[in-house]
Design a protein around this ligand. Structure first.
Ligand SMILES: Nc1ncnc2c1ncn2[C@@H]1O[C@H](COP(=O)(O)OP(=O)(O)OP(=O)(O)O)[C@@H](O)[C@H]1O
Length: 457
């Protein structure tokens, strides 16, 4: 809202010029550049010249076609060019089949025409954030199932063992941990090792979908259920049928919707908004939250009967500062990864730099370590890398800064520094809960991550 675009580049491919114009106008709120093309053929040179954060791809091009054959074939081609590409399929008919087939074949998500602007923005924003996290983590030749969950500390050994035992069962799993500890990776690993691995895994980031959209996003709606419901919409629960549904930031599920999710889990049936007949669904739910346990166990915040349904198995990811044994492996992995990505030699670290990384407090956990390593690979001129190459805020400074915030220095109007301080204070105030800090700052989670990255927080 009025802020600079969060992402760089998006390509929209649709044969309908009105759709292209309207989506370009809208998506400029999220992307610095939005390229449009009438056909995938036209789009290929754009995509080859510059990696898009997201490609929106229509399912049908030939006149009168509705079976999505062409769109799906193009989806395959785009993913063959770049397996990391984030493709959101545009489906004209809210047929669940096309959407589900597209996702099984590697599309990240789908939007149904006609769309509401808010919904399109929410879907595309989530997809673009995924691209960022994917491109930052996966090896260039991606291994099936995504990037590996590293760490052999006793805490992580326990996590690996829990995953191995829980994955092949259909038990619902709740993953707990601070932001950036790897909750999404655990969810992916659970799906990969499950009997549903060849089925779809769908994510709903409840921290990214605006509250009034969550209902139809999750449960779907029928035409006419409310003013904007111009067509039927298949909810994520139904679309994930047969596979895994990952509910990220479950702590953000509004209290009023919690009984509804509970009913789905208990009865294995979902009733779209405005429908009078429930539809049977077969899903395995993995949920994640960064809420501290005491808040999660507070009935005023989260229904305990729902919690008991979600946490048949609970996996607690400890913060990185509590498992420094994992840091060396993460350093080696991500240094090598980024060196390859940016075509640089793998930089050596001085003993002091290694020590600094090992003893750092890492409030942003593995995500922050990964960003620090990426920055160092890009910016460093001399090797070995020294502590200064990582722009770490020493723990001592953080403790001082954690004291009541000093009033803004009247002579410091430097926007960058002011921004950094505000971001840091908001994070501290909310115990590094990204959703709450982002809400306080008036930013999306993705925009907050970008600022944390920029300021080395
Ligand atoms: N154990 C790990 N091994 C390798 N990479 C990791 C590990 N844990 C986290 N990462 C990387 O750190 C980043 C953050 O991980 P992820 O998104 O899974 O965290 P999260 O806990 O879901 O974060 P948030 O709560 O902010 O959504 C990802 O890029 C992920 O690949």
């Amino acid at each position: 809202m009025g802020t600079a675009p969060e992402f760089e580049f998006c390509v929209v491919i649709d044969d309908d010029d009105d759709i292209l114009m309207a989506s370009r106008l809208l998506l400029r709120r999220l992307f610095r550049d939005v390229a449009i093309a009438n056909t995938p053929d036209e789009a290929l040179p754009l995509i080859a010249a510059r990696t898009p954060d997201v490609v929106l791809l229509d399912a049908n091009f030939a006149r009168g076609a509705t079976d999505a054959t062409e769109g799906l074939a193009w989806l395959d081609r785009l993913l063959a060019i770049d397996p990391e590409m984030v493709v959101v399929m545009i489906t004209a008919h809210a047929g669940v089949q096309v959407a589900v087939t597209a996702m099984k074949r590697g599309a990240t998500d789908f939007v149904s025409k006609p769309w509401s602007n808010d919904r399109l923005l929410a879907t595309v924003r989530t997809a673009a954030s995924l691209r960022r996290s994917r491109s930052a983590t996966n090896a260039p030749a991606p291994i099936a199932g995504g990037s590996p969950l590293l760490g052999a500390s006793p805490a992580m050994a326990r996590v690996h063992s829990l995953i191995a035992r829980a994955a092949p069962t259909d038990a619902n799993v709740l993953v707990l941990g601070e932001n950036g500890t790897g909750k999404e990776l655990v969810a992916r690993e659970l799906h990969r090792q499950s009997l549903r691995a060849d089925k779809v895994m769908l994510t709903v980031d409840l921290g990214a979908v605006s509250e009034d959209l969550i209902d139809s996003e999750l449960f779907g709606h029928v035409k006419g259920a409310f003013t904007d419901a111009r067509t039927d919409r298949v909810g994520r629960i139904q679309a994930a049928d047969g596979g895994t549904l990952f509910l990220d930031e479950i702590g953000n599920l509004p209290l009023r919707l919690q009984p509804k999710l509970l009913t789905v889990l208990e009865q294995r049936r979902v009733t779209p908004v405005g429908a009078n007949k429930p539809v049977p669904v077969n899903i395995r739910v993995v949920a994640a939250t960064n809420l501290p346990p005491e808040k999660l166990r507070d009935e005023a915040h989260f229904r305990q009967d729902l919690l008991f349904r979600l946490n048949t198995v609970e996996i607690d990811l400890p913060p990185l500062r509590e498992r420094p044994e994992d840091v060396p492996e993460l350093i080696d992995h991500y240094l090598e990864h980024y060196a390859r990505r940016y075509a640089r030699p793998v930089p050596a670290l001085s003993p002091a730099a290694r020590r600094a990384l090992l003893t750092h407090h890492w409030p942003g956990n593995v995500r922050a370590l990964r960003h620090a390593l990426e920055r160092a690979v890009i910016l460093a001129r001399d090797v070995p890398l020294e502590p200064d190459d990582f722009a770490l805020v020493p723990a001592a400074a953080r403790v001082v800064a954690a004291a009541p915030a000093p009033p803004p220095a009247p002579d410091d109007f430097n926007l960058e520094r002011v921004e950094r301080r505000l971001v840091e204070e908001a994070l501290k105030k909310h115990g590094y809960n990204i959703s709450l800090a982002a809400a306080e700052l008036g930013l999306s989670r993705a925009a907050l991550y970008r600022r944390m990255e920029k300021h080395g927080l």
